[in-house]
Design a protein around this ligand. Sequence first.
Ligand SMILES: Nc1ncnc2c1ncn2[C@@H]1O[C@H](COP(=O)(O)OP(=O)(O)OP(=O)(O)O)[C@@H](O)[C@H]1O
Ligand SMILES: [Mg+2]
Length: 382
Amino acid sequence: MAKVILKGIRKSYGPIEVLSGIDLTIENGDFAVILGPSGCGKTTLLRTIAGLETANAGSIQIGERIVDDIPAARRQIGMVFQTYALFPHLNVYQNISFGMRMRNEPKDQIEQRVQEAAVKLKLEDYLKRLPRELSGGQRQRVAIGRALVREPEVFLFDEPLSNLDAELRVDMRLELSALHQQLKATMIYVTHDQVEAMTLGTKIIVLDKGVLQQVGTPLEVYYHPANKFVAGFVGSPRMRFIPGEVVSNADNKLQVRAQGILSGDIAFDLEGSDLSEGDFVDIGVRAEDIECGQATNGMVSFSGISRQVENMGHSSFWYGTIKDTEIEIIARLGKQTQVKSGAQMEFSIDPRNLYLFDSDGRAILRNVDKNTELAEHVALPS
Ligand SMILES: Nc1ncnc2c1ncn2[C@@H]1O[C@H](COP(=O)(O)OP(=O)(O)OP(=O)(O)O)[C@@H](O)[C@H]1O
Ligand SMILES: [Mg+2]
């Protein structure tokens, strides 16, 4: 297994630059998830690592080797595509062993590797079946099996679960995670599904318009997004933003006046910031941090005008606007919430849970003990 280092990778199709200088190190054994909206360059980046596309500039290292001049077939990579790309007339055994047979590898070695892969992927009972006789999840496992028997240095997955139904996706997600732990392999996994990214990744790489936005652990990108794009993209439902204006900045305390907030100016403790009176900012709010009911002392409060509520079973999502504004808010409420459209609701938020961004969308660091804050959020019952 190997680490992967990208240096200054650029890729254009004609005049359009799709990857704008990607610098990235993926450590040995990482499960690195590349996350970003449709068209941001995820597949292009993966195909460039695999050697299926040639970068216009930059360099790629896999393990100890610079692979820029090494063709795809010799890059020691196992790739799993969104469309499983199985041969319909070959059975599972033949599909999994196809590459090995093409390379004329010894028969007993083929037999051994296919059997090992079949056990890992729970395909032992299906080796004689044709792809059309399999479920979507089983087909996907065959595609993974084909990558597995190559014993690659790095696995590349391009949205491997997107053709599966919701339940199977969850199953396969858990299986992939288990497979990663078992193989301890370096995996690079592309998705635009941020639940997959949060649950699978040891590292999340957020990409937008061919530019890296942030690289970090799932909790880092969730709780400490580098900018408004990452904040708005990671998390479900997405973070909402309340526009505000700096009233004063002194002694590491920033006072912000925000539209529709009833509890007065919001005080942010900062590690020092060059923001000054009159600067525009955005205050980020996550649905799960909003509480329903009259605010207690020290809480930031606002009234909301309801539009609709989605009951999800385990919780419900309230959609509406801050009263007398057009600012859209989503709040996660209790299990059963019945609210009429147009009804007024009272909400509050602990100001420590608010996020702050400058007018260029850059996150402004809060003067809170990040470790304690994170620990609070992720504390497990002991
Ligand atoms: N062969 C090509 N020729 C021209 N443009 C291309 C080519 N392949 C991709 N593109 C463009 O490059 C951009 C990035 O494409 P890419 O497939 O990498 O996106 P993606 O992030 O994988 O999106 P999705 O989530 O929809 O799969 C897109 O705007 C796409 O139209
Ligand atoms: Mg793609």
